[in-house]
Design a protein around this ligand. Structure first.
Ligand SMILES: C[S@@+](CC[C@H](N)C(=O)[O-])C[C@H]1O[C@@H](n2cnc3c(N)ncnc32)[C@H](O)[C@@H]1O
Length: 318
């Protein structure tokens, strides 16, 4: 048929053409269908393998985490008396300005405070002496809590003390309840930083304050031997013995026993705080005046003149 108008008439197909088209379509759809099934199957199998892998990874992490907590708990139960009141307010940490210099807490009278890793209870007593309204403390060591209970009752103070690793669900602690959560040289013991910060955030009221101090990250990287647990200055120089990026767990001998820790980057703390809904109000990385003014008598002071040994964060829950 001849077309004169520009209009395309439908093509007339012979039975053979119709058969060929049908066959081609059938083949095409079958292949596409088969491909789809195969793809889905492969996808499901990959998901199962990945799930198995991540379950396994979680399981290994969980086992490792439990072993680390157990080992550290043993250390603290055996050596609690050696640390009675050593890292407690107004001290924030080694060679660090004190609360008397920094005033991070301000007036705590009538406020509700929770201490993570409350140890021998000296920081709780510090707040009780400043008329805190309600005090709670958690720590994984029975022996530390025994000491804390004794110290507090001998001084006519009271705190609710919970014996638990900070990594646990801590269901007994009320949510959106506290004005302050704080930890003096305790947070770095956690095997789950993000989980711990998330929980702390959930315990705080809106605008509640979270304050914690810990070793400065550089302290374990430079001029430090984890194996010997001592400052090492070589030819008057601070040598890096450990990579700043290395966040793996390591063991360190202490008092004839052993502890397990890791050295987290500053950004790890900053990002975990942000993810948990905090805004950082202050980060302090300085050494105390006494250390900075010392006449360089020992290696620890010489090191402290060149880098921060401890650090402290003050963050507010948004
Ligand atoms: C350096 S002390 C802190 C002392 C405390 N600031 C005071 O006033 O006594 C560290 C504390 O963290 C506790 N700790 C270590 N790992 C912990 C964990 N995973 N969960 C809870 N507490 C932990 C130890 O039992 C120890 O009492």
């Amino acid at each position: 048929m001849h077309c004169t108008t520009g209009f395309n008439y439908p093509q007339v197909k012979t039975p053979t053409q119709i058969f060929k088209t049908a066959l081609r379509n059938a083949l095409y759809f079958n292949i596409a269908f088969a491909k789809k099934i195969c793809y889905n199957e492969i996808q499901i199998r990959a998901d199962i393998i990945n799930n198995r892998k991540s379950n396994l990874r979680e399981k290994i992490y969980y086992m490792e985490s439990n072993q680390i907590i157990k080992k550290n708990k043993n250390y603290w139960n055996e050596n609690a008396d050696l640390w009675f009141g050593t890292t407690a307010l107004p001290e924030y940490g080694v060679k660090f300005p004190t609360e008397d210099d920094l005033h991070l807490f301000g007036d705590v009278s009538g406020k509700k405070l929770l201490e993570i890793c409350c140890g021998s209870g000296h920081s709780l007593k510090y707040h009780a002496d400043r008329n805190a309204g309600e005090l709670w403390g958690i720590d994984l060591s029975e022996k530390q809590l025994e000491n804390a209970k004794k110290l507090l009752s001998e001084n006519g103070c009271f705190a609710r003390l919970i014996c638990s690793p900070m990594e646990s669900s801590l269901e007994e602690i009320p949510k959106e309840y506290f004005d302050y959560v704080y930890s003096i040289y305790g947070i770095g013991w956690t095997t789950d930083l993000q989980g711990t910060f998330d929980k702390i955030s959930s315990f705080l009221k809106k605008d509640g304050i979270f304050i914690f101090s810990w070793h400065h990250t550089l302290n374990y990287c430079a001029a430090w031997s984890c194996g010997e647990r001592k400052v090492m200055i070589e030819n008057d120089q601070l040598v890096f013995h450990k990579s700043y990026f290395d966040e793996d767990y390591f063991t360190m001998p202490v008092d004839g026993s052993e502890i397990v820790l890791c050295n987290r980057k500053i950004s790890t703390y900053v990002n975990a705080l942000a993810n948990a809904g905090f805004v950082i109000e202050q980060m302090i990385e300085q050494n105390d005046k006494q250390t900075m003014g010392s006449a360089d008598i020992n290696d620890a002071d010489r090191k402290a003149k060149m880098l921060p040994i401890s650090m402290c964060f003050k963050a507010r829950k948004l």
